[in-house]
Design a protein around this ligand. Sequence first.
Ligand code: M6P
Ligand code: ZN
Length: 212
Amino acid sequence: MGPSSDSRSTSPIQRVEADLEHKTVASMLNTPIEVNLTTGELSGDRIESAARTITDLKGLFRDDLARQALDPNTLVYRVQAFLPVPEGEEGGMFWGTTFLSPGLVGDEYFMTKGHHHLQRSRAEFYLTITGTGALILMDEKRRTTFEPMRPHTLHYIPGHTAHRVANTGDSVLAFLAAWPSDAGHDYGTIARVGFSARLRKVGGIPTLVEES
Ligand code: M6P
Ligand code: ZN
């Protein structure tokens, strides 16, 4: 046997260097997030989750008596998010999935709270995975419009535009979202003045009805 196969031939310094190299390689191995493109579900150990029940959404719908008549634990939507940098930090990106249940409160479709971005200029993408619905957009002049959402539709939400999603179908509406890490959420403005129109089921058809 030659000296190279004898462990005693490796000096302590060489052994430490070999260990360090091993640790460096190990610390460079990040486990990526996985996106199930059939359901929209995100998985991985850095995913955060939040849920909104019909009770959490007091004040959101036009007909509060109809809201109160529903089971208080009814899940309206849940959100998964991958926030790789702290919220508010400039230059990063966030990724999320929203799962919006089907349902009505009176004649108004189940919907997300909706928000402006705190930094008004920040834009966002939504990509529908499954289900049908509507992306409701309101510009700075309070003009409200909507875009139909169905599997594989991609929606660009420009800056300075409030946005919310309603489920107009009878199955879960799941959509992916990507937005800048410094966008932030301004819910207060919507809570105070709302959108100028609501998406209601009129004669069986989703219709934007101006607020009186
Ligand atoms: C998308 C993104 C998120 C948002 C979520 C639910 O996933 O726009 O930033 O939080 O929808 O919408 P909301 O915050 O209006 O309840
Ligand atoms: Zn947004």
